[in-house]
Design a binder for this molecule. Structure first.
Ligand code: HEM
Length: 361
């Protein structure tokens, strides 16, 4: 059956809550607790969540030609090829040994994108930020803060406590369920399966403007080289940075291709904008490929690149064009909180961040 027409974007699809600014201020307070403790521990500031990177990659994003009108929007309006940076991470606010297995994150920066910018968005790049589950752990920022508060309390020098910290982050039944994981069992073992991040499918989980329409995004492996890694367990026995080491070995000898896919909102009731815990059903709102992400074989833990991306760069869904405006409560709250975390890092490390521009090829 042909899916119904996509719903057109209008500003009234968003319904901000009265106390959003209060929640933002309070979240920033909790992030400060984490940032202050971890920066003291490491004598270096790291991201307040997703602190540990497993790989930093460079590649390209090729936008498909001849896309139908409803998919040819924003960055994807015309065919073209862009440079990209990719950062793979796990979601704790401190740098934990990989034995503590957590959901995976992916941040993608597409360099040199034309179009009207989002408010306060520097440079000319478009960021996409995803997790390896189709839904987020909380319907709104206030609920997310409940998890964060426990995390802030347990972020400290004691690794044992850090195990508890990450277990807190794993208290995300809905997300685990979507990952086909039996969450009570997982909780008792202390981790989601320790799978290779290169074989995973990633989702924006939250909604974005897609030019005239609204969409969620996803990145899924399509090359055999990556599909072969889907569901592969990383052997973490005694290896603190096992994932980083495995990704490095894997990327040295293989190139990878992912499909960048778009899921248009086709029914605002069934595919809500404000509640990030509702999965948009793929039967009624299918994902379509609009671009191909190509990552050539390379050293994924190269010192200069690691420094550039970890310290001199930030990723935020609010770095981008107006055509991909982040929508919904979770996304609205991310604007100031991501900026605050990056500002803290820049100030503590005395290392300003900036948006990269395209290298001359
Ligand atoms: C209220 C909800 C959320 C808050 C308050 C929040 C907050 C943050 C903050 C403060 C950072 C660190 C930024 C930096 O230091 O540069 C971050 C990073 C990150 N977040 Fe969120 N986040 C939220 C929702 C989400 C969602 C919905 C996703 C994905 C579906 C996500 C995925 C990530 C990833 C992958 C990173 C690492 C980005 C990088 O590699 O630089 N977050 N988040």
């Amino acid at each position: 059956m042909k899916p119904s027409s996509p719903v057109r974007y209008t500003p009234d699809v968003e319904t901000p809550l009265d106390d959003e600014q209060k929640v933002i201020d309070s979240l920033i307070n909790d992030f400060d607790t984490i940032l202050e403790r971890t920066s003291e521990d490491y004598d270096h500031a790291v991201r307040s969540v997703h602190a540990k990177a497993h790989g930093i990659l460079k590649g390209s994003l090729r936008v498909e030609s001849a896309l139908p009108d409803e998919l040819a929007q924003g960055l994807f309006a015309k065919p073209g090829e862009y440079e990209v940076y990719l950062r793979l991470s796990t979601n704790a606010g401190d740098i934990l040994p990989d034995v503590i297995s957590l959901p995976r994150g992916l941040a993608l920066k597409v360099v040199g994108v034309e179009g009207e910018r989002l408010p306060d968005s520097e440079g000319h790049n478009q960021d996409f930020i995803m997790l390896n589950a189709p839904v987020f752990q909380a319907p709104n920022a206030e609920k997310f803060q409940t998890n964060l508060k426990m995390l802030a309390k347990t972020t400290d020098r004691l690794e044992g406590t850090k195990v508890a910290t990450s277990k807190t982050l794993q208290g995300v039944d809905k997300v685990l369920e979507k990952m086909h994981v039996d969450s009570p069992a997982v909780k008792s073992l202390g981790g989601v399966p320790n799978i290779d991040p290169l074989g995973e499918t990633y989702y924006s989980a939250t909604a974005f403007r897609y030019g005239d329409y609204m969409a969620k995004f996803s990145i899924r492996p399509i090359s055999d080289s990556l599909k072969a890694l889907s569901g592969r367990m990383v052997d973490i026995d005694g290896r603190r940075d096992a994932i980083r080491e495995d990704v490095r070995n894997e990327m040295k000898e293989r190139q990878g291709e992912w499909a960048f896919c778009v899921q248009l909102c086709r029914d605002i009731e069934q595919q809500p904008i404000e509640d990030a815990t509702v999965e948009w059903d793929e039967q009624s709102a299918p994902f379509y490929r609009v671009a191909t992400l190509h990552i050539p074989s390379q050293d994924s833990w190269q010192e200069a690149m690691v420094r550039q991306v970890e310290d001199e760069m930030r990723f935020s869904v609010w770095t981008g064009i107006a055509d991909h405006q982040p929508l919904g409560n979770i996304n609205r709250v991310r604007k100031e909180t991501y900026r605050h975390s990056a500002d803290f890092r820049a100030s503590f490390n005395a290392c300003p961040y900036h948006e990269p521009s395209a290298s001359s090829r």
